[in-house]
Design a protein around this ligand. Structure first.
Ligand SMILES: CCCCCCCCCC(=O)SCCNC(=O)CCNC(=O)[C@H](O)C(C)(C)COP(=O)(O)OP(=O)(O)OC[C@H]1O[C@@H](n2cnc3c(N)ncnc32)[C@H](O)[C@@H]1OP(=O)(O)O
Length: 245
């Protein structure tokens, strides 16, 4: 019972991140044809955290416009060429799941995505993710807020790791969800000033069965400074993997 409810939830969630109105509409339709559980998932309009807010600095806004424009132009151009599509981003995914070792009522009602759980705009993780149409690359514009301080005036290494895991994990999920991070190797090359905007780019290196190898780099927005490099391994899991405890 619990497994099938969560399986349906994952199927629904795979539709959610794709910033494609047609696909979302199809998913909504698909869901409403099934049980009321999925229908209720789409009956409200959750907040999309990757839309501009007043905390965004000039560089964040400029880059957002740049990549968003590519999506809009591509939409009018058909299937040819390369373009980026923005991914919407929500702060919860478990609300309607039932049962399971971890899915107590408390968790169902209070679970929030780690990077989206601070309401104060600009205080922590401000980011927007785009994926390229061939899904070989993802790109994230990230503005690091004052709550992410590590060394004075600079971003905490754990916060950087969180963003790398988020970008590469989202990338792997786009290829085949659900996945979990099996391995993450990070080299910190130069500190990231607090409040600055950086680019996080992930590239699919190879796929081997259940494994996806993804590399990632964090750099200044003009590309002149490499802040961080990483490689990550994601392994596809069955939904029952999350229920084992
Ligand atoms: C929409 C919102 C998106 C937000 C994105 C956020 C992304 C965040 C992602 C995470 O942070 S996940 C949380 C952190 N990760 C974990 O807690 C994972 C804990 N580890 C596990 O659950 C399991 O170890 C794991 C799922 C990774 C693997 O277990 P399995 O039993 O499924 O795999 P198995 O042991 O059968 O290994 C499968 C393959 O992977 C390889 N492998 C597994 N773990 C490895 C490892 N650590 N290093 C290298 N290789 C590894 C393993 O050798 C094997 O290779 P081969 O197929 O070639 O034989």
């Amino acid at each position: 019972m619990a497994r099938s409810a969560i399986g349906r939830l994952f199927a629904g969630l795979r539709c959610l991140p794709v910033g494609n109105t047609q696909l979302q509409t199809q998913c909504s339709r698909w869901s409403s044809e099934r049980t009321g559980v999925e229908a209720s998932m789409f009956s409200h309009k959750p907040r999309d955290f990757s839309l501009p807010n007043p905390s965004w600095g000039e560089e964040m806004k400029r880059l957002y416009k740049h990549y968003n424009l590519q999506s809009e132009e591509a939409a009018g151009q058909g299937e040819d060429g390369e373009w980026w599509t923005r991914l919407p981003s929500y702060n919860r995914s478990l609300k309607y799941a039932t049962g399971g070792v971890y899915l107590s009522k408390m968790i169902q009602s209070k679970a929030r995505l780690f990077t989206r759980n601070i309401r104060d705009p600009g205080a922590a993780f401000e980011y927007v993710l785009f994926f390229r149409n061939d899904k070989q690359r993802c790109l994230c514009i990230f503005q690091a807020g004052h709550l992410l301080e590590g060394p004075p005036g600079h971003v905490h290494g754990g916060a950087i790791a969180t963003m790398i895991d988020t970008v590469t994990g989202t990338h792997a999920s786009l290829l085949s969800a659900p996945v979990m991070t099996a391995n993450l190797n990070i080299n910190y090359r130069s500190p990231i000033p607090l409040g600055s905007t950086v680019l996080i780019e992930s590239t699919l290196d190879k796929e081997e069965g259940k494994k996806k190898f993804i590399s990632c780099k964090v750099s200044s927005t003009d590309g002149s400074k490499l802040h961080t490099e990483a490689t990550a391994l994601f392994v596809s899991i069955s939904v029952s993997h999350l229920l084992r405890g």
